[in-house]
Ligand binder design. Structure first.
Ligand SMILES: NC(=O)c1ccc[n+]([C@@H]2O[C@H](COP(=O)([O-])OP(=O)(O)OC[C@H]3O[C@@H](n4cnc5c(N)ncnc54)[C@H](OP(=O)(O)O)[C@@H]3O)[C@@H](O)[C@H]2O)c1
Length: 277
């Protein structure tokens, strides 16, 4: 086995190339009545997805777990979407130069094959973006609307009307999905009515909670780097009131090569099995 491969352990064993692993899940062939919604996280063994950024403030993905092999798979998931969910928090960090570039692949030469894949499917160059925000307090960077990409904003009925008007003037439309916060079911239904069928959450633990609490997350892709980080201030994959959602294992892979042999698991969990069309 060479370092361009990984081991599949479930549902059966095989050695597979890393490149193409998640494209091979063929998400666009999975049909559900509501849009198919999936999310992805990279975490440490002790469940840290974000830790304080000592230099720039706020939180960031721990550099001890961020890695190119996981990043490749993140992009393979993103490229299959019609719509990517992001947040007001992410756009504030982006504007402040604190955020990792997660929402565009069109000018990154490492992902030229993914762009070609998208073109071959007859899909627009990039998935559209939806910003979920309560505060509506974020700038919209030109880089993210590049090439005519559509950006939607979704908030709730208690949002500041002045901010709603300002964003409507800038972006055209601000949608509501909920009374005091954006609610998962209303949000996903609304996106479905707008024609979006495959929705990828690149957001964090509160959006994960919003989706899980309403039974709206079809798949969770979870990379777990075999490294313990500790620390008392951190985020994990879900934040919000207690909930109980079963997500049975659908696929499990082991990548022994990351960080000079530290290793990582690529797991895929599913709330329900979608129908392959
Ligand atoms: N390790 C990983 O794989 C991974 C993946 C994703 C994110 N992260 C990390 O997680 C941290 C948080 O990420 P995030 O801010 O994108 O995600 P988040 O915690 O899911 O969302 C936070 C922001 O989204 C808006 N929001 C969330 N739920 C809402 C609801 N129900 N109604 C209305 N607005 C809602 C709010 O924006 P407003 O404040 O504008 O109201 C809120 O501040 C970051 O440090 C990020 O680096 C790590």
């Amino acid at each position: 086995m060479t370092d361009d491969a990984i081991l599949q352990l479930y549902p059966n064993t095989a050695t597979l190339p890393l490149k193409g692993l998640y494209l091979g899940h063929e998400l666009r062939r999975l049909a559900t009545q509501t849009p198919f919604v999936y999310a992805n996280f990279v975490t440490s063994l002790d469940g840290r997805i974000a830790v304080p950024d000592q230099e720039k403030g706020g939180m960031k993905v721990p550099p001890q777990i961020a890695n190119g092999r996981d990043w490749r798979l993140f992009q393979e998931l993103a490229i299959q979407a019609d719509l990517i969910i992001t947040t007001g928090r992410y756009l504030r960090d982006y504007a402040a130069g604190k955020a990792q570039e997660i929402l565009r692949v069109y000018d990154d030469p490492r992902f030229a094959d993914l762009r070609a894949w998208r073109t071959a499917q007859g899909l627009p160059t990039q998935p559209d973006l939806v910003v979920v925000s309560s505060s509506l307090n974020f700038p919209m960077p030109e880089a993210l609307t590049h090439g005519g990409r559509r950006v939607l904003v979704v908030t709730h009925r208690k949002a500041d009307p002045q901010r709603v008007r300002a964003l409507e003037a800038e972006l055209g439309q601000v949608l509501t999905a909920g009374d005091e916060r954006v609610e998962g079911r209303t949000f996903v239904q609304l996106m479905g009515e707008m024609g979006y069928r495959f929705i990828y959450s690149a957001a964090g633990p509160r959006i994960a909670h919003m989706l899980l609490a309403d039974g709206m997350l079809d798949r969770l892709y979870l990379t777990q780097v075999c490294r313990v980080l500790g620390g008392t201030s951190f985020s994990t994959i879900v934040e919000g009131p207690p909930l109980e959602v079963d997500l049975p294992l659908l696929h499990l892979y082991y990548d022994p090569y990351v960080f000079d042999g530290v290793g990582q698991w690529f797991a895929c969990y599913g709330r329900r099995e979608a129908v392959v069309i």
